[in-house]
Each structure stands twice: as C-alpha cells, then as structure tokens.
Design a protein around this ligand. Structure first.
Ligand SMILES: Nc1ncnc2c1ncn2[C@@H]1O[C@H](COP(=O)(O)OP(=O)(O)OP(=O)(O)O)[C@@H](O)[C@H]1O
Ligand SMILES: [Mg+2]
Length: 346
C-alpha cells in the first residue's frame, strides 16, 4: 500500500504484505526491534482531591519484530498507561520511545502510523456506522480512497452484516470487534491489543486469537495484555510482567515457566487409597475429588520415581499417573507476591 507518512519498507499490508519476516523460513523477526522503550516514566497530574499518581517508575523494554509479546501485570500496574504512551494517547513524563525505528518525539507521524492500538476502553462514536467509522479512521491516517479495505476488514472481524448499522446498536462484543477493525485500517506493522478478550464470549475469543495468529504469521508484531494467563501462555513468545509501574521480569515464555521448580504428580489408585500414606520428605499430599492423590514436589529435591516408590510401599496399586506442569499463573503470582512482600503497595 502507499503510505501517507512515508513508512519504511517492510510494513505488512493486511493479509500479508511486503514484510515477510516470518516467510523466510527462519520463523522469527528481522533482528531489529519493533519497539524500544528507554527510561519511560509517567506521573499523572493531581486532579480534584486526587494527588499526583506515578503510574510508570522508569521502564526499559525492547520488543522484537515479528513476536507475539505479552505485557502482564495486576490491575493498576501501568500496562494501559504504557500502551497509551505507545499509541500517542498519553504523554510520557520522561524517557524515549522508538516505534519501528522512529523516535516518537522526533517523528511522531511515522511512529503513530507504524502502530495500531485496540484500546481497553471503547472509544466509538455511537452515531456512526461501522463502515463510516472505518472510513473516517482511514482518512485520519491518510489512506487513499482507492486503497481502503473497509469491506475486507469488516469481514475479517465478522461485522460485514453490520456495516451500515449504528454503532450504538452493536452489542458489547461487536464493539470490541469494531475496535480491532479500527486498529487495522492503516495496516500497521505493530498491533497492540489492550485486554482484547476481557468479558467477551468464547466465539469472539477464538475469532480474535485466530486473527491475531494470522496477522502475526503475515509479519505483524503483536503486543497484548490479558488477565487470562493461560491465553498469554498459549499465545506469547515473550512476556514482560510489570508491577507498581516497574518491570519485574522479561523473558521468553518457556524460560519463565522453567523458573517454577514445583510440579504436581497426580496418582489415581486402583480402589480406595489407605488413610495414611508416607510421602517422601518435603512432598505435600493433597487428596483430590474422585480419589486422585496429588503430590506436589520440588524438582530439585525429589524425583517422580521417589514418589511412585513411596506410594507402592504404602500398598497402593497405581491405576493412572499424570504430571501437572507449572503454569504462567504460578510464575506471575510468585513474582508479584515476592515484590509485594519486599515493598508493600502504598
Ligand atoms: N488519567 C489518569 N489520571 C490519574 N491516574 C491514572 C489515570 N490513568 C491511570 N491512572 C492510574 O495509574 C495507575 C496505572 O493505571 P493503568 O490503567 O495503566 O493500569 P493497568 O495495568 O492497565 O491496569 P488494568 O489491569 O486494571 O487495566 C493506576 O493507579 C491508575 O489509577
Ligand atoms: Mg489496563
């Protein structure tokens, strides 16, 4: 597509454009960063009886091109503040932001054109139709009339039949689809989704993640926030956790998961288990509904074999066995609680 702001080469068009960072078979991006955040702080000014609020205490973060990157953190951590700074909706107090290589302060138009943001809060004019809204948005980004993809985008988010309905007549889930459509109008190489699946039904959730995967496969860098950690675990190559406006950790999803040392071994006995079972030292036993025995152990201390031996020694015949892996939720809770214990929130 012709770009109004002189975007650099390598910006993907919707549905697969010239940027084929993932099509060269290497699977990952172009070795450059989509986003570079350095020393970014934000203090919201005092308003009414509310004192000033430091929402970001100094964030350094780089997000590689071509990745699906999860920005996680508890309520009020500063995720939306950071995303809204990237989108140009919130003005940072200090620090620097580069988007697709463009400094946000020196090249504001290019950096804005390189990013599409689906905000957490719907910002849809209720008196417009979806078709008109996308047209206005395309106009704002200078997409020439002949190159607008209104119908294609509406079809992509499943809103073709609502093109001419008033936005105020759309359901909540349809409004979220429309927000995604708006973010895609200028075919940005970076798509940011701020809690896209909060309160939406299963069908929309699957539709959203399906579209996100397709866009990513076509080269779009995806940044998302979600409180559904199983979604982040499934979708994200890399994850940053922020808490009280600071970066707690940033790593690949698999590296984060491997930091959790505890595992649970589930053993289903053949028949009723005896009331006393001697588990190896340091292993917790929890009896699950249906009779399964859940042994939680530290991998560094105990092996599953030790537990199985102990179970057999207690006279139990084993019918079934399974291991419950660590989940991102465990990593998240471990890290955020550790920080809360160190420095309780004000
Ligand atoms: N416009 C504003 N004026 C003053 N304070 C604000 C404003 N927007 C956000 N805050 C405060 O900044 C902090 C970070 O808010 P932010 O919305 O960035 O959090 P979040 O991580 O997105 O949380 P959530 O998971 O609930 O969406 C919070 O303490 C919030 O109350
Ligand atoms: Mg938020």
């Amino acid at each position: 597509m012709t770009c109004p702001f002189g975007l650099p080469d390598g910006i993907p068009a919707l549905g697969g454009g010239p940027d084929n960072s993932k099509r060269d078979g290497s699977g990952k991006g172009m070795g450059e960063n989509a986003i570079e955040i350095e020393g970014v702080t934000k203090t919201y000014a005092a308003a009414g009886n509310q004192p000033p609020k430091e929402a970001l205490a100094g964030i350094d973060l780089t997000i590689p091109r071509g990745s699906v990157f999860g920005l996680l953190g508890p309520n009020g951590a500063g995720k939306s503040t950071l995303i809204n700074i990237l989108a140009g909706l919130v003005v940072k107090s200090s620090g620097s932001v580069r988007i697709w290589g463009f400094d946000q302060d020196k090249n504001p138009r290019q950096s804005r054109a390189s990013i599409g943001v689906m905000p957490q809060e719907p910002n849809i004019d209720p008196f417009f139709t979806p078709g008109a809204l996308l047209d206005v948005q395309a106009g704002l980004y200078g997409v020439p009339k002949g190159e607008r993809r209104t119908d294609e985008i509406l079809a992509m988010v499943g809103l073709s039949d609502k093109k001419d309905a008033y936005a105020r007549h759309l359901s909540g889930g349809m409004r979220r689809r429309l927000l995604l459509a708006k973010a895609l109008v200028h075919a940005p190489p970076i798509l940011v989704l701020d809690e896209p699946t909060a309160g939406v039904d299963i069908e929309l959730r699957q539709m959203l993640w399906g579209q996100v995967r397709k866009l990513n496969e076509a080269g779009t860098t995806i940044i998302l926030t979600t409180h559904y950690l199983e979604e982040a675990e499934e979708m994200c190559d890399e994850i940053a956790i922020i808490h009280h406006g600071s970066l707690l950790v940033r790593d690949t999803t698999s590296a984060l998961l491997s930091t959790i040392d505890s595992r649970t071994l589930l053993i289903t006995p053949d028949g009723d288990a005896p009331s006393t079972i001697t588990a190896p030292e340091g292993v917790d036993l929890d009896r699950r509904k249906g009779g399964a025995l859940a042994f939680t152990y530290r991998r560094a201390q105990t092996s599953p074999g030790d537990i199985i031996d102990a179970v057999r020694a207690s006279g139990i015949t084993i019918r079934d066995i399974a291991i419950e892996e660590a989940h991102l939720e465990d990593v998240f809770l471990t890290l955020t609680r550790a920080q809360d214990a160190e420095a309780p929130a004000a």
